[in-house]
Design a protein around this ligand. Structure first.
Ligand code: HEM
Length: 271
């Protein structure tokens, strides 16, 4: 909500200093952008939206900073984690890697993928859906704004509700006995065909607070993964240690080490 500064209480010195530094950092970038000219992109729309409003300068700055944080935390971190897990899963499932590569080569024919090509990558979509089932957020949180009753359970106003996404995404009752396995085939007929209760597949949330970037995220992931598949084959390095850890998103604690082969040359790469 614009108009209020959500700096932590001053007595929490470290958090206060960090918050102020982040604020100053984003405002500096905005000033530099104004000086150097700009493109008419999403970022520019945020700036113009704020500046053409009736807000005070302080409120405008806060609105801009909040949007920067949103994009960094909600958009960048989770999408990057999705890409890394997808590569890890393809590296450990060569059959699927080969299958998706064949599709990408057939659809793109060595060209940079455009929107039309991306929409034809069905196998890659299935792999990404399965990746986000196995490695998306741990939980979603919501707060009851009034007393409600759901399925016979009374929930009082202001109670926080935590929805364990990881549990829903791995329940054999919902996904079948292979719920813990990587099996993109389950998404061959879309989400409704993959599980008993489509609402339980909530990697982008659901309801009015559904992820606004869900389609952009899929486009980004396909745009990143498809050229990698066209140009390289890869397996997991023996150095890889499987250790998912909860940060902003679920991330590989020690990165993902891959052995990458480009045509006939072999090289090793960290995350
Ligand atoms: C694989 C990538 C992504 C995943 C797994 C993901 C997941 C989520 C989830 C679970 C929520 C919360 C929904 C809820 O509370 O019900 C959310 C909200 C949000 N996401 Fe994403 N997201 C991704 C990418 C992106 C991208 C690329 C953007 C923007 C460019 C974005 C922007 C947002 C924003 C602004 C919200 C808050 C929406 C609101 O509260 O109204 N996300 N996302």
């Amino acid at each position: 909500m614009p108009g209020k500064r959500y700096f932590p209480a001053k007595k929490n010195r470290k958090a206060w200093t960090l918050e102020k530094e982040i604020h100053a950092l984003f405002i500096k970038v905005v000033k530099e952008r104004r000086k150097s000219g700009y493109e008419k992109d999403l970022w520019q729309m945020v700036l113009e939206g704020a500046e053409n409003s009736n807000l005070s300068q302080d409120e405008i700055d806060q609105f801009i900073v909040d949007n920067c944080k949103n994009v960094y935390l909600a958009a960048h971190q989770v999408t990057a984690a999705g890409a890394v897990w997808c590569l890890m899963l393809l590296a450990s499932n060569i059959e699927w890697q080969t299958r998706v590569r064949a599709e990408v080569l057939q659809v793109c024919g060595g060209r940079t993928p455009d929107a039309n090509m991306l929409s034809k990558m069905k196998q890659l979509t299935m792999v990404l859906q399965e990746t986000l089932r196995l490695y998306s957020g741990l939980m979603l949180s919501m707060k009851a704004l009034k007393d409600i009753k759901i399925g016979g359970v009374h929930i009082y106003k202001v109670v926080n509700i935590w929805i364990m996404v990881a549990t829903l995404h791995s329940d054999p009752e919902i996904w079948g006995p292979d719920a813990l396995n990587f099996n993109p085939e389950r998404f061959a007929n879309g989400i409704a065909g993959a599980c008993k209760l489509p609402h339980s597949y909530s990697r982008f949330g659901f309801g009015p607070r559904l992820c606004v970037g869900q389609h952009l995220a899929m486009v980004e992931l396909k745009t990143l993964i498809s050229p990698i598949l066209s140009n390289f084959s890869f397996t997991l390095s023996p150095k890889y240690v499987h250790s998912p850890i909860l940060r902003v998103a679920i991330k590989p604690e020690h990165g993902v080490n891959l052995l990458i082969k480009k045509l006939f040359a072999v090289c090793a790469l960290g995350e």
